[in-house]
Design a protein around this ligand. Structure first.
Ligand SMILES: *Cc1c(COP(=O)(O)O)cnc(C)c1O
Length: 403
């Protein structure tokens, strides 16, 4: 059975009433017949039927055994880190999500957990960083915002042979494109705020474990630490997931067209999109995922903050905002937004240059999106003409655009 069919039919019909939509069980507690005798639920932190429906849908979608829903992506990440103890070490991808980096360094390091950051596009970097204390390997693929791809299967082999857990943050790809657990990972985490929710209307996080015992340990943390997703947000997330395969298909095709169009634009320097032949990890992306996602980043020949600001403040359809993965197209300027706290030198080394712009390509008509970008690139050129001529040899007219 194909994913889209499986997904739609993994959403249960309500046994009590036959309701085709999962009911929102807005309750804190459940009546018991006698102490300890109940219908599977006693207190809603430990379990809620709406949340439970979501958790089993996502476990199935990620091909794992235990799914768990949290109040945010970071809460999901936090629950996984709580598997560790003082003295343990983590190897993490060097361009990790900023909030995860903050959690690792400012919260967990003081409890004696050490993190080593490596470029995960070369699995041998992970192998070389392993010590007898390494317990967890943490990767994101594709990464933010330069969309680097790590070979999940190769890294899973390294993890297994060294008795480490491999956790993949699958937020950017979503299970519609990539199934890390089937490629050998132990745990998947999501910021469900992004593609799984898909409508920019909730903050939510998910964990899925491959092994039931490991899943039970994380479930213990969910209950013991209490960072659960509420029933209404669980319901909104189910509603979002129902259309995931359909939405992702359109995100991918829009993003591919925009990436190709940008690559041919005279004002654009580099384009980062795993679906482009020019992307250094294109082959691995093709091997391990069904599509290349909805995020496209690019830099300008006029590689200045001013030029990028001119673009991100002049688009009409692409709204300037943090976050990604929703139906409405968004764009952001990492140097002044998501990556502002990273020192310039470190940021440049990671490929996030001053003009880098990240697009979260939405579900609008792709011709309209391209028109929006076209106009804003012309405006950028006019607004910063002096810098443009001065800093690059690029032609002044933008006549030669393809498409
Ligand atoms: C947004 C994001 C997170 C954090 O999720 P929240 O829902 O904002 O807590 C974690 N990982 C990645 C890759 C993200 O994009």
């Amino acid at each position: 059975m194909q994913d889209s069919t499986k997904l739609i039919h993994s959403i249960p019909v309500d046994e009590l009433t036959g309701a085709i939509s999962v009911p929102i069980y807005q309750t804190s507690t459940f009546v018991q017949e006698a102490p300890g005798i109940n219908k599977g639920y006693d207190y809603a932190r430990s379990g809620n039927p709406t949340r439970a429906a979501l958790e089993s849908i996502v476990a199935e979608l990620e091909e794992g055994t235990v799914g768990l829903a949290f109040g945010s992506g970071l809460a999901a990440i936090d629950a996984v880190l709580k598997l560790l103890k003082s003295g343990d070490e983590i190897i993490a991808v060097d361009d990790i999500y900023g909030g995860a980096f903050r959690l690792f360094t400012q919260v967990y390091e003081k409890f004696g957990i050490t993190v080593h950051y490596v470029d995960a596009t070369h699995p041998e970097n992970i192998f070389n960083a392993i010590t007898p204390n390494t317990r967890l390997i943490w990767i994101e693929t594709p990464t933010n915002p330069t969309l680097k791809i790590a070979d999940i299967q190769a890294i899973a082999v390294i993890a297994k042979s060294n008795r480490c857990l491999l956790c993949v943050d699958n937020t950017f790809a979503s299970p519609a494109l990539q199934k890390p657990l089937s490629l050998g990972a132990d745990i998947v985490v999501h910021s469900a705020t992004k593609y799984l929710g898909g409508h920019s209307d909730i903050i939510a996080g998910l964990v899925v474990a491959k092994d039931p015992e490991l899943g039970a340990k994380i479930k213990f943390m969910q209950n013991a630490c209490g960072n659960i997703l509420g029933p209404f947000d669980s319901w909104l997330l189910i509603r979002g997931i129902e259309t995931l395969p359909l939405r992702i298909k359109q995100h991918c095709s829009n993003a591919q067209a925009i990436a190709e169009w940008l690559e041919a634009h005279p004002a654009v320097d580099k384009v980062f999109y795993p679906g482009l032949q020019s992307h250094p990890n294109h082959q691995i992306a093709k091997k391990q995922s069904r599509g290349f996602g909805g995020i496209v980043s690019f830099t300008l020949k006029n590689d200045t903050e001013a030029a990028a600001t001119a673009v991100v403040t002049s688009t009409k359809l692409f709204k300037l905002a943090e976050s990604l993965g929703g139906i409405k197209s968004l764009l952001c300027h990492p140097a002044q937004m998501t990556h502002k706290s990273i020192p310039d030198k470190k940021r440049h080394a990671a490929g996030v240059s001053d003009s880098l712009i990240r697009l979260s390509v939405g579900l609008e008509d792709v011709e309209d999106l391209i028109e929006d970008l076209k106009e804003s690139l012309v405006k950028q050129q006019k607004n910063t003409t002096f810098g443009y001529i001065f800093e690059s040899e690029a032609p002044l007219t933008l006549q030669k655009e393809t498409n």
